[in-house]
Design a protein around this ligand. Structure first.
Ligand code: C2E
Ligand code: MG
Ligand code: MG
Length: 743
């Protein structure tokens, strides 16, 4: 029973029914509360479990959870480190704008809009996000609208995001690799374990000519060439299989059948997913490169014009020959050969013809000495022959003689053109004249120069005295370069006289060199040097100007206005440059009438190039300058040939005049020359006339003029002028000689 107490008011005893209701109500309330509490606890447990599951799911999948609040534009991110503990979750809420990489704002906004306005049911976006100020991370986010307000407008979008940086990078690399593969110059192919193609790149098609679909599934052996046997290719494939690698050069065959040399690298790779073995082969076409290398090697050792070994190859072969000769006590000869007057021919016929001559000469030389001896071209018109296992020095001389004989027959340049050219040969011997190639070459060269000096078309065996002569030539040659600057040149003049009326008809200008260092040097010594170096062009022009000036000056001293001045012209002057123009200009400069200048040309000058010379000579005739053939009888020119050239005079060489009074043969030759020359309308001059007997003979046989010591030696300009002015024709041609003294 319950009683209510208070204020000392005695309580009425409670209605037991009411009390029962109250107690019931209280029990009910308690039960209700308990249920409610249990429910709440259950719900909390469920929530915790769900969160736990979410965490587990996020942890297991590596995904992040995100929620976007449409109103605040803030994003809540739940993140679990997949490598960390499953139950440690980071949570943060940030403005969307700060989370996204600025470059991806637009793309993300577009996706979100499409999702919010219902265009798309869900969001799928690949964007970069910035977390904790680290480098941007690529994520792939998916999500959808998860809550709406009462009006049905989206209020929340939620979903997951995955870090795809790695796969993104891998994808990027894959794309770059594919691009590289496509743009590579090397052919790349993948073959399976049986060496059947599985894929190829575009360069493969370019190099081999096969399109991908033509090779895939077919054996790599389809590219095998006949340059190797089957065993070779089998070996390469076995090596690749056994060691997973092969590298080297091999020949392959293109689709069109052409074979090409390639550098090939083959590497075995095992694919991760299937564990299958494949081979990646990278192949580069090195045919061109190899060809270029071979060409370079060829160029370094051979002369491209004649295909003969060049100087470096000669040195190598000569070295080898020397080593072998030293071992066996043998002897070697080196023949140094130079084509006579090749320079003139080259200048006049042109370089194309010159090249043909060199080729023909090379062939003739190799044919003569045989294939087993080394014939080399050192450059220009210089060749060498190495004769090994020489029996004796005489053997070398015999070979040299054979070569000279072989060149007697003209060289055939083409079906229409042939040319005669002779060689001069110098010989040096191992071990007699040198122990090393350079020495032997130098000595043979020295001997060759001596052969030239001895009149060409001959050979000489080296001897030590030659070196002295060569050194002299070299020093003279050096001094000659300074001759004009130093003013060491002067002219001597030698008069000539008409036999009919004893009149002094002209003078010949003869060059003199008095060197401070070497004294008087005869023209026969230095003119060939000047011709070789080309200095004769400059010197010759000086002679021409000086002679014309002198003759003009003499005019003022009252000499016979018909008196002419002759100058000697070298082949080089005639063939090179614009000689007729030079002559014309100097005549104008010095005011000399063209008819008073005479040009003397030796037969050899004429023969250097007949066709070219003829054109030049006509040019002089057009100017009005008379032309004389000098030293006639020493060369091979025939009068019939000379007839076609515009000559006015012919000078019979001193060699015939010397014995004209004592040797019937020379007398016959001389009188014949005079008669024939006259029949061609030429004025005949006898050179080197020294005696009265010669004068008498020449006079009797109708020779027109004489020049020589009998009349006067060459004199300096002053003495010559005095001689001319004081000249008294002898009453009779006896008793000579004249009384003038030389310079
Ligand atoms: P060449 O044109 O036949 O000149 C005649 C040579 O015979 C001259 O020799 C002259 O001094 C010489 N001589 C003249 N009369 C007699 C004689 O009665 N007896 C003897 N024993 N000799 C005589 P030099 O002056 O020594 O000239 C030699 C050659 O040099 C010339 O022969 C000519 O071919 C060349 N030469 C001279 N001056 C020049 C020049 O300015 N230019 C060129 N290119 N060659 C020149
Ligand atoms: Mg002369
Ligand atoms: Mg002469």
């Amino acid at each position: 029973m319950l009683a209510v107490r208070g204020n000392n008011v005695p309580l009425e005893p409670a209605d037991p029914r009411l009390l029962g209701v109250v107690i019931l109500l209280l029990v009910l309330l308690g039960a209700l509360l308990l249920r409610q509490r249990r429910r709440v606890r259950q719900q909390l447990d469920l929530l915790a479990e769900r969160e736990e599951r979410l965490k587990m799911a996020l942890w297991a999948t590596g995904e992040h959870y995100w929620e976007y609040d449409v109103r605040t534009e803030r994003i809540r991110v739940l993140q679990i480190d997949p490598n960390g503990q499953a139950d440690v979750m980071r949570e943060r809420t940030v403005p969307t704008a700060t989370l996204l990489h600025p470059d991806d704002h637009d793309a993300a906004a577009r996706s979100m809009r499409a999702c919010l306005d219902g265009t798309t049911r869900s969001i799928v976006a690949e964007v970069r996000i910035l977390l904790d100020g680290d480098a941007p991370v690529w994520i792939r986010a998916r999500g959808r609208v998860v809550a709406r307000d009462t009006a049905g407008n989206p209020t929340r979008v939620a979903g997951t995001a995955r870090d795809i940086s790695r796969s993104h990078q891998a994808e990027r690399e894959r794309r770059i690799a594919a691009l590289v593969l496509r743009s590579m110059d090397e052919a790349v192919s993948v073959v399976d374990e049986d060496f059947n193609f599985t894929s190829v790149n575009p360069a493969f098609s370019r190099i081999t000519g096969y399109q991908a679909e033509e090779v895939i599934g077919h054996s790599a052996a389809m590219l095998d060439s006949d340059q190797h046997d089957h065993a070779f290719y089998r070996h390469v494939r076995q090596q690749s299989a056994a060691h997973g690698h092969w590298k080297g050069e091999m020949w392959q065959r293109r689709k069109d059948g052409e074979e090409f040399l390639c550098h090939l690298v083959c590497n075995a790779v095992t694919t991760g997913d299937t564990g299958q073995k494949q081979y990646v082969t990278v192949l580069s076409d090195v045919t061109q490169q190899k060809r270029a290398e071979q060409e370079l090697l060829y160029l370094a050792n051979f002369d491209t014009l004649t295909n003969l070994p060049n100087r470096s190859m000669l040195s190598e072969r000569l070295s080898r020959a020397i080593v072998s000769a030293r071992r066996h006590g043998g002897r070697i000869a080196l023949l140094f050969l130079d084509l006579d007057r090749f320079k003139d021919i080259n200048d006049s016929l042109g370089h194309a013809a010159g090249d043909r001559i060199l080729r023909a000469a090379a062939k003739r030389l190799q044919q003569t000495v045989g294939e087993h001896h080394t014939v080399a071209r050192l450059g220009g018109d210089e060749f060498t022959v190495v004769l090994e296992d020489l029996e004796s020095p005489a053997h070398a001389e015999r070979s040299a003689r054979e070569i000279i004989m072989a060149f007697e027959a003209p060289l055939q340049l083409d079906s229409r053109q042939e040319i005669s050219i002779s060689p001069s040969i110098g010989i040096s011997l191992y071990p007699d004249h040198g122990q090393v190639p350079t020495e032997l070459i130098k000595r043979a060269d020295t001997a060759m120069y001596q052969a030239k000096a001895a009149g060409r078309r001959t050979f000489m065996l080296y001897d030590d005295a030659m070196d002295v002569a060569t050194r002299k030539r070299a020093t003279l040659s050096g001094a000659l370069h300074k001759v004009l600057d130093r003013g060491e040149l002067r002219l001597a003049f030698q008069p000539r006289m008409a036999l009919s009326d004893s009149r002094i008809t002209g003078v010949e200008a003869l060059l003199r060199w008095s060197s401070d260092e070497y004294g008087e040097i005869p023209p026969a010594d230095f003119i060939p040097l000047a011709e070789e170096s080309g200095l004769i062009l400059e010197i010759g022009e000086w002679v021409l100007r000086e002679a014309c000036l002198m003759r003009s000056r003499w005019q003022r001293h009252g000499v016979d206005p018909r008196l002419s001045v002759s100058i000697n012209v070298s082949a080089l002057q005639l063939l090179r440059g614009n000689f007729p123009e030079v002559v014309q200009r100097i005549l104008e400069d010095t005011g000399l009438a063209p008819g008073l200048l005479e040009l003397e040309l030796t037969e050899s000058v004429l023969m250097a190039n007949a066709a070219h010379t003829a054109a030049r000579l006509h040019a002089f005739r057009d100017i009005g300058v008379p032309l004389a053939i000098d030293d006639f009888g020493t060369g091979y020119s025939s009068l019939a040939y000379l007839k076609r050239l515009p000559f006015t005079s012919l000078k019979i060489d001193k060699a015939f005049i010397d014995d004209v009074a004592s040797d019937p043969e020379d007398a016959a030759i001389t009188s014949t020359i005079i008669t024939m020359a006259h029949s061609l309308g030429l004025n005949v001059i006898a050179e080197g006339v020294e005696t009265g007997a010669q004068v008498q003979f020449l006079s009797r046989h109708g020779c027109d003029e004489i020049q020589g010591f009998w009349l006067a030696p060459p004199m300096d300009a002053h003495a010559c002028l005095a001689f001319i002015r004081n000249w008294q024709p002898p009453s009779a041609l006896y008793p000579p000689p004249a009384t003038a003294t030389g310079p």
